[in-house]
Design a protein around this ligand. Structure first.
Ligand code: ATP
Ligand code: MG
Length: 283
């Protein structure tokens, strides 16, 4: 997909700010996501990523600035309004209910029914079939739809939540650190679904502190630091090395690395120092 701006963004914030008492969690941040693109929001702890997601998913309005959906003011009174407008947020931990069967998790209260009035019944067969089809489209083969979601891997669980959001008509998917608790292989599974959601024309906002996860799937990259937007870069304007170094603050890292090296001849510390300068960020 190209990264050129295409018409009206699906969602856009302009110069939004948010304060918590004396804390300026977000200052003057602007961001858009277009159809068929993955916009990565990168930032360290406390950078304001969750605050930005909460604004985008309708949890609270910004204290200043604008929020536009399809070019019109959002005016959301809560997360339900945002969902109704096709903006689905998948949170790391709250994505699914562990003890519930996979197919029930997929529908969560909006299961298909058959019959009318007092004869209305849950159409479990149809629900299972739809779920298997939708997950199949994302390349996930569910052996047993009745198996509790808790028995799936973290990556598969994220995938169920993403497939559900896509099925229920979300235009915009907001993924809050979907890979932060996952190992390499499972992160790979989730990243694959991020790409698939883009391929079917969704706008994806992928929040992460890990440039190694963001760079391969992202079309554009917004970097937040202490509540401010450092910049927004398209893929051809940046590189994995540049993102890693900007995120960590290249100079700060170099200083830390020198300090660690100076502390001792301990090979383990030297190793940490070397990894820091090479931009290894773990997970
Ligand atoms: N409800 C709140 N009340 C007071 N301060 C808050 C609140 N929510 C966030 N903050 C502050 O706003 C700043 C940004 O927090 P935010 O949670 O958005 O960061 P983040 O980028 O999501 O960090 P992390 O990677 O650790 O999740 C932090 O300094 C945080 O302490
Ligand atoms: Mg956060």
């Amino acid at each position: 997909m190209t990264t050129a701006a295409r018409g009206t963004p699906l969602i856009e914030v302009r110069n939004v700010s948010k304060f918590f008492g004396g804390v300026n969690a977000l200052q003057d941040v602007s961001l858009q996501v277009f159809e068929g693109e993955v916009m990565c929001v990168l930032g360290d702890n406390g950078a304001g990523k969750s605050t930005l997601i909460k604004i985008l998913s309708g949890v609270f309005p910004p204290d200043a600035g604008e929020y536009l959906v399809d070019g019109s003011p959002a005016g959301f009174a809560g997360p339900r309004d945002a969902r109704d407008a096709g903006i689905a947020t998948v949170f790391q931990d709250l994505a699914t209910v562990p003890l519930m069967a996979i197919w029930r998790n997929f529908f969560l209260g909006v299961e298909p029914t058959r019959g009318a009035g007092p004869l209305r019944r849950l159409d479990a067969g149809k629900a299972r079939r739809i779920m298997s089809e939708e997950l199949g489209k994302m390349g996930i083969d569910i052996r047993d739809p009745d198996q509790p979601v808790g028995t799936l891997s973290g990556g598969e669980r994220q995938a169920v939540a993403i497939a559900r959001a896509v099925y229920f008509g979300a235009n915009v998917l907001i993924l809050d650190e979907p890979t932060s608790a996952l190992g390499v292989r499972q992160s790979g599974i989730v990243l694959k679904y991020v790409v698939q959601a883009r391929e079917v024309g969704k706008g994806v906002i992928f929040i992460t502190h890990n440039p190694h996860h963001a760079y391969p799937v992202g079309d554009r990259f917004a970097l937040l630091k202490r509540g401010r937007l450092v910049g927004t870069y398209s893929k051809d304007e940046t590189s994995l090395e540049a993102l890693t170094s900007m995120m960590a603050g290249g100079e700060e890292l170099d200083a830390l690395s020198r300090e660690l090296q100076a502390m001792s001849g301990d090979p383990a510390l030297a190793d940490v120092a070397r990894q820091l300068t090479e931009g290894e960020t773990g997970t």
